[in-house]
Design a protein around this ligand. Structure first.
Ligand code: ADP
Ligand code: GLC
Length: 549
């Protein structure tokens, strides 16, 4: 029975500590009630359950664009609370950039047990209620824990049954119920807090049912008035499971399990497809990817569906948070720099990197970095195929990543085989990432597909030259070096072939070893390139205004 899938035990002391921190729960005697479409949200009844009012500070700079807009971000990860990849960066940086565009932003996230204690401690209880979810009428606790930070309000949906694992994602058997619950709870929480935004902006499959629930079950409630934006960060992950299970966990009407909305293949429901169908607007994280996903190769079986909805599909390229990623102030670097002293100071960063990683301490070697989830999306087959050809006595390779065991093991193998020239850090480590971005000369991003990619943006911000495949956001953000005009930000190649990657790296090496002045000019161009969120946040703001003039 599906219900068994979510019955799990708390493990270890941490879960207990968290439990103690929590405020009063609903009385156990509260009877579970069947789902009611017209009234999915029950307000708290007792005085102590009334939400504590902690409104965000309203920025007062006179130059803020008018009118003010309110936006609820709904997604499954957000730096620094929980991050597994670029989605976490975007969920952190874009809301902050939007506050500077006169948007009032609330970010709704699951309260995973793995969120560090230092953040858990600062969360304030905002209230709790019971919510209908499944077809069997069982009701579920929804707690809201709030944390206000730098003009952004973070509301964490609390429920131990779903969020007590050590990681945000485990496997679909657990993740499907978890994110069905989360999507509905996020909407119900907005009603409960009496905060109905102009726009609900949902991200990736984990929040894809938000527009579906909104249309199907929240009509007649305040949250139905919001327009929805759905952003695809990665079309590969869609939240597909058999119709029976998803029907059970959502109690959505049968009519929605149709090819136009949720149905896929003979027996499956696709949560992301539902979100695409019902969102007022769809965006993805670069223009090129917005086009690519309408083709069969990149469309992950949804290309026809996306072509059908192409009238409401846009590409808006990601930026990075230029305060966190700032080589001038980054506390994790051995030496800080900007465009004026980068060429000298990067040498100090490179030296420390070489020393820390057991590489030969030698400024004359070219250090090439790779910071990535180790999955086949990231072009690692190409990298594996050419590492032996790169080892020429002048080149060092630094890998930082975790993921598929086959890639983890092949990089370990190369480190053992080429000691002193290859260093494989099979781990997730923010600090090491900063040190590689600063200490490397070039950074590889040879992806098979890349919706946007942030590592090439961070590399440029740190004066590290990106070597990328011309796909998705990589194509949109890295201008290829032109040896005739001495323009461009990096080295690129088009077809997904190891020989072409090797060729691009060799072109980079040639410039690095034979025309260092030109190389240094590119380093400086990269440091000056605008990779901030400013322009893209303004585009999101315009889109919000289009939806709610
Ligand atoms: P994706 O979201 O597909 O993984 P992005 O390039 O958009 O790729 O974002 C990756 C983010 O995760 C960047 O902030 C990058 O620095 C970070 N990252 C990836 N792997 C690691 C790692 N092993 N350790 C630290 N940070 C990592
Ligand atoms: C996804 C994509 C990556 C993108 C990130 C943030 O994880 O793989 O290309 O940069 O989301 O949008």
């Amino acid at each position: 029975m599906p219900e068994k899938k979510v019955s799990r035990k708390k493990t270890g002391a941490k879960a207990e500590e968290l439990k103690e921190e929590k405020p009063v729960r609903k009385p156990a005697s509260k009877k579970a009630e069947p789902a009611k479409k017209e009234k999915p949200v029950k307000k708290a009844e007792t005085a102590e359950e009334k939400p504590a009012v902690t409104e965000p500070a309203v920025p007062s700079e006179p130059e803020l664009p008018q009118p003010r807009r309110s936006v609820a971000f709904i997604g499954s990860e957000c730096y620094p609370f929980v991050k597994t990849g670029g989605l976490g960066d975007v969920m952190y940086a874009l809301p902050r950039a939007l506050t500077k565009q006169n948007c009032d932003v609330k970010v709704i996230l699951p309260r995973y047990a793995c969120i560090p204690q230092k953040y858990q401690e600062k969360m304030i209880y905002r209230g709790a209620f019971e919510m209908d979810l499944c077809a069997d009428g069982r009701s579920y606790y929804v707690g809201i824990m709030e944390y206000v930070w730098d003009g952004v309000v973070y509301d964490f949906i609390d429920n131990d049954e779903f969020f007590s694992w050590g990681k945000p994602y485990t496997n679909l058997v657990d993740d499907i119920p978890k994110f069905c619950y989360f999507s509905k709870a996020a909407l119900a929480a907005l009603n409960y807090m009496d905060w109905v935004p102009d726009i609900i902006h949902c991200h990736d499959w984990q929040a894809a049912l938000v527009p579906v629930f909104q249309q199907a079950m929240f009509q007649g409630t305040p949250v139905a008035n919001a327009k929805t934006v759905f952003t695809i960060h990665n079309l590969r992950f869609q939240g597909i499971y058999d119709i029976k299970t998803i029907k059970y966990w959502t109690n959505l009407p049968d009519a929605l399990f149709d090819y136009a909305v949720l149905k896929q293949g003979n027996d499956d429901a696709n949560m992301l497809k539902g979100g695409l169908s019902y969102a007022s607007m769809i965006t993805t994280v670069s223009n090129t990817y917005a086009w690519e996903i309408q083709t069969e190769f990149f469309g992950e079986k949804l290309d026809a569906h996306l072509r059908y909805h192409s009238g409401k599909l846009r590409g808006i390229v990601n930026g990075i948070d230029v305060d966190i990623w700032n080589p001038k102030t980054d506390p994790l670097l051995p030496a800080n720099y900007d465009v004026n002293d980068a060429i000298e100071q990067k040498k100090a960063c490179k030296k420390t990197l070489q020393e820390n990683l057991g590489l030969e301490d030698n400024q004359d070697k070219m250090v090439i970095g790779l910071i990535s989830r180790l999955t086949n999306q990231k072009g690692l087959d190409l990298v594996n195929a050419i590492i032996p050809s790169l080892i020429d006595g002048n080149t060092q390779i630094v890998v930082l990543g975790t993921g598929d065991p086959e890639y983890e093991n092949s990089f370990r193998y190369y480190e053992n085989t080429y000691k002193g020239s290859v260093c494989s850090n099979i781990m997730y480590d923010e600090e090491r990432a900063h040190q590689i971005y600063a200490g490397a000369d070039a950074l590889l991003v040879p992806s098979l597909f890349e919706p946007c990619g942030l590592t090439q943006l961070i590399a440029m911000r740190y004066g590290t030259v990106p070597i990328v495949r011309e796909t998705g956001g990589l194509k949109d953000t890295v201008e290829p070096y032109n040896e005739f005009t001495n323009e461009g930000n990096g080295f690129t190649f088009d077809r997904y072939e190891a020989g072409l990657l090797l060729d691009a790296i060799n072109r980079a090496k040639t410039l690095y070893f034979t025309e260092r002045d030109r190389w240094d000019e590119m380093v400086k161009r990269d440091l000056q390139k605008d990779v901030s969120w400013e322009k893209s946040a303004a585009q999101y703001r315009s889109l919000y205004l289009e939806l709610k003039p």
